[in-house]
Design a protein around this ligand. Structure first.
Ligand code: ARG
Length: 579
């Protein structure tokens, strides 16, 4: 079984078909009034509208079919023609035995473009959101059976590279890269470290802002780099290498990995042929010295500026490389879908690129989608900064969250007698869970205020609370070692509620995928932990004298743990062995 709602919809769909009505009217969903029923089908109303009939009459006929199915404990008409459904406990537990997977992606490929840090600039909280959301989506799509190709899409080809090259020249750090007579080979080791770059980039960028001649120099260096000047390419190579080492470490500390470490520069060779092709087909034209694709249409309600491919002074832009990257991805992977997990302020950029891709038919069968997200703000409602007012770097944030996690663990008296090493590892896991869950539990498009104190609590809807819930079940099962773990069964309202929630997993995975919405998974995990708590509060497990009941309850614990840690894994959250 893939989806419980799908399975029940198929049953109800057949009933509609036997009444000469369309199958899709049989759509069954989890009830939004669990106090009244477990599932509901509202299709009789829509079917009545379509057939110009009375909805209650249709519902009555459908109900008569469904009543023949022994798996339903209750089939009722409510209001104007809603159908309320309950399954029998036996049917629920039978379904549980083979539920849980959502196979939406069989045979399908998705490219997920996320992270997107820029060479020589430190990663900041904007990139952090892209990394956390993008990583969750890659895990979700993989779980749902898609072939996933994740690409970090480094910013390595823009003006900041020319700014740095000219900065190195002006500081006379490594004259050999600027000596036109030099024929190589260039030095093997970088003349600058990551720390140098972190200091040099803001300096160069400020100098360019203050002085048009300095900016012009940076622009020319960028064009020469793109045109392949050997010394500039060699120096740029060093910038990229040095940055990549640092970035890889940062992503690893967050538990995020990529299949591809491509960048804007990776498509350089594709750009000239792409421009030729677009010119030949009359899709690219010259406007005020620049080469552009006009993408406005008559139906546009707002102005739609053309996508600039080549600037008047030469040099390609962010949109040019993005367009060429569509060609590359289609050529290499023939994807069904390409997702761009990027700050929603870049919406206009992606609209331009997607329109140009569509106009030139570059995207193959791929659907292109910008998965935007809002800003992570500090308590003042402005983008999150360090206490000193600087840009918050990923490392600093993880360090802060780890310190907070340590405090919380101590408050709770957790891990007091563990070794320093284990404690440090738990604090790291809890710190990362704090950050990720806080980020993912908000709908991605909303801005939110990062409140470390609240997000790190062991109560409420937080990452640490869910980790602790999973750790507790692990410890119940550990204490039960040697006991039989049986199939889950239902003997009480709490068990029924828990089983129903477990059964919804596949539908939740599908919904989160369709909406590209990790917060759906967060809500599900939180409710699961709460339903488990209620079950645990009302039932004896190890102290249950009836061995069969004990085995069934242990089965329910084991199943809850599998589902909870599975969802947490999709969120990119690790469950410590103990706390
Ligand atoms: N480097 C860009 C930035 O820092 C993000 C890249 C997003 N991906 C893309 N294909 N444009 O804003």
């Amino acid at each position: 079984m893939t989806s419980l709602a799908g399975e029940l919809s198929a049953i109800a769909g057949k009933a509609f078909v036997s009444e000469g009505l369309a199958e899709h009217f049989g759509q069954v969903m989890l009830s939004d009034r669990p106090d009244l029923c477990q599932f509901q089908c509202n299709g009789a109303l829509a079917a009545a509208k379509a057939a110009k009939a009375n909805p209650r009459d249709i519902a009555t006929k459908i109900v008569a079919h469904l009543k023949n199915d022994a798996r339903f404990a209750k089939v009722e008409i409510a209001g104007p023609g809603f159908i309320n459904l309950d399954l029998t406990d036996a049917a629920l537990t039978a379904l549980l035995a083979n539920s849980g997977e959502a196979r939406t992606g069989t045979g399908k490929t998705v490219v997920i473009d996320f992270g997107g840090p820029n060479v020589a600039k430190p990663m900041h909280v904007g990139h952090l959101r892209s990394s956390i959301i993008g990583d969750c989506l890659q895990r979700l799509y993989r779980a749902n059976g898609w072939k996933v190709i994740s690409d970090v899409h480094l910013g390595d080809w823009g003006l900041q590279m020319g700014q740095l090259i000219s900065e190195v020249e002006l500081r006379e750090i490594a004259p050999v890269y600027f000596d036109a007579a030099f024929t190589g080979p260039y030095p093997e080791f970088s003349p600058v470290t990551m720390e140098d770059l972190e200091e040099m980039y803001p300096a160069a960028s400020a100098a360019c802002k203050a002085d048009p001649a300095r900016l012009d120099k940076a622009r020319r260096a960028t064009v020469e780099l793109q045109d392949g000047r050997p010394g500039y390419r060699a120096l740029w190579q060093h910038f990229v290498k040095v940055s990549e080492v640092g970035l890889e470490r940062e992503f690893a500390s967050l538990g995020v990995r990529f299949d591809l470490w491509n960048g804007e520069s990776s498509v350089h060779a594709l750009i000239a042929p792409m421009l030729d092709d677009l010119k030949k087909r009359g899709l690219a034209e010259t406007s005020e010295g620049a080469l552009v694709v006009n993408i406005a249409t008559d139906s546009d309600k707002k102005p739609m500026p053309p996508l600039i491919l080549v600037k008047s002074e030469g040099g390609v832009l962010y949109g040019t490389t993005d367009l060429a990257t569509v060609i590359e991805r289609v050529r290499d992977y023939d994807p069904d879908l390409i997702l761009y997990v990027v700050d929603h302020r870049q919406h206009g950029h992606f609209e331009q690129v997607f329109r140009a891709a569509q106009k030139a038919r570059l995207q193959g069968r791929a659907e292109l989608e910008h998965v935007g997200y809002g800003t992570m703000n500090g308590a003042d409602g402005k983008p999150f900064k360090t206490r000193a007012g600087g840009v918050m770097k990923l490392y600093d944030l993880i360090a802060m969250a780890t310190v907070e996690a340590n405090t919380r663990l101590a408050e709770q008296g957790l891990g007091a007698d563990y070794t320093a090493e284990e404690k440090a590892n738990i604090a790291r896991q809890v710190g990362i869970a704090t950050i990720k869950f806080a980020d993912l539990s908000n709908h991605r498009t909303t801005d939110y205020i990062f409140d470390l104190e609240r997000f790190s609590k062991f109560e409420g809807k937080t990452g640490p609370y869910l980790q602790y819930a999973a750790v507790r079940i692990q410890s119940i099962l550990r204490k039960a070692e040697g006991n039989v773990v049986g199939d889950a069964a239902i003997h009480s309202p709490e068990e029924r509620a828990l089983v129903l929630h477990l059964l919804a997993k596949a539908d939740i995975l599908i919904a989160a995928e369709l909406k590209r919405a990790p917060n759906i998974l967060c809500d599900y995990a939180f409710e699961l932990a709460q339903k488990f708590s209620r079950f645990y509060a009302e039932h004896h497990i190890m102290s249950e004298p009836d061995a069969a009941l004990r085995a069934q309850r242990l089965g329910l614990c084991a199943r809850t743990l599998t589902v909870l840690s599975g969802i947490l894994a999709i969120l990119g959250i690790e469950v410590p062995e103990r706390m």
